[in-house]
Design a protein around this ligand. Structure first.
Ligand SMILES: [Zn+2]
Length: 304
């Protein structure tokens, strides 16, 4: 039995980043997570942070982060909340009540990331307001800035320099590599006519496997997040972490008890939440069973 699976990178309520938020779609996504035993979801960037609900007892627990915060030239056109770089620290604090804030730290391969001083001021301001900061970063420079700024998590961390891993471990910056999303990007890459983009994504994909293994070996926190549709495929992300060389038990923890602790939620302890997922066999011996839960209890209510 596990204290429920956790997907730390999922965007319920939209199918694509520039979609309008739909509460019906949100419910369908959260129910798909629940059916897979994913009882906690962190949404690092929402299309409508007001309407998505953390208080619906039928749905998995939702850790919210408000809207994506994107500076000019970064992120999907029309998506997220757009602010100038100079406005970023103040804007990040405005929705800090959600607990997390998500900053788009870079976008295209050769474009400059959010400057280090701006990102540092943003992280400091959110921390002072009691929140935490997730940074979307894919270029090496953007990953470096996110680590030096003291971000709480690197989302994707595609070209992360391994020299930064000890610092990440020491300051508690987690790596959420989102293999599931990139596996799909790699499949679709052949259709792209942009040779630079192809090379960037393909080399980043190859880099991901040694990076995850090295991050774990450096004592860092590596967590499982899919960033992908359909929802409810966290077991697949855990299997990518195992393929990358994390020990099986640590990889499962990355999508369960380690993630819960990192989010400040209890595991299977006295006085904790009655969130439990049970399997026919020990997942550390047979991780394939993670996609076939036989018992799901959310907030004390048997779902399966
Ligand atoms: Zn995402």
């Amino acid at each position: 039995m596990l204290p429920g699976l956790v997907d730390v990178h999922s965007h319920p309520g939209i199918e694509a980043p520039d979609d309008a938020y739909s509460h019906e779609v949100f419910r369908q996504h959260m129910l798909a997570h629940r059916a897979a035993g994913v009882l906690t979801v962190r949404s690092p960037g929402s299309a409508d942070p007001v309407r998505d609900r953390a208080d619906d007892p039928d749905l998995p627990r939702l850790v919210r982060s408000g809207q994506w915060l994107a500076t000019p030239g970064r992120f999907f056109p029309g998506a997220g909340r757009r602010v100038e770089e100079s406005e970023l620290p103040a804007a990040a604090v405005e929705e800090a009540a959600f607990g997390w804030r998500k900053v788009i730290g870079d976008w295209m391969p050769d474009d400059p990331p959010v400057p280090l001083d701006v990102l540092t001021a943003t992280v400091d301001a959110v921390h002072a307001a009691g929140g935490r900061v997730a940074v979307h970063c894919q270029t090496a420079e953007s990953c470096r800035n996110a680590v030096l700024a003291g971000a709480d998590s690197l989302e994707h961390g595609m070209h992360l320099d391994h020299a930064l891993l000890p610092r990440m471990a020491a300051q508690g910056t987690a790596l959420v590599r989102t293999f599931s999303a990139f596996a799909k990007s790699i499949e679709n890459l052949e259709k792209s006519s942009d040779a630079r983009l192809k090379e960037w994504v393909r080399s980043g994909w190859e880099h991901a496997f040694p990076t995850v293994r090295a991050a774990f070996e450096a004592g860092g926190t590596v967590l499982a997040g899919t960033d992908n549709k359909p929802c409810g495929r966290l077991a697949g992300e855990i299997s990518w972490l195992i393929k990358a060389g994390m020990p099986v038990e640590a990889a499962i923890g990355a999508g369960s008890w380690t993630a819960r602790a990192w989010l400040g939620l209890p595991g299977l302890v006295d006085g904790g939440f009655a969130d439990v997922v049970g399997y026919a066999a020990d997942p550390t011996e047979d991780p394939d069973v993670l996609s076939r839960p036989e018992l799901i209890v959310l907030r004390g209510k048997a779902i399966l």
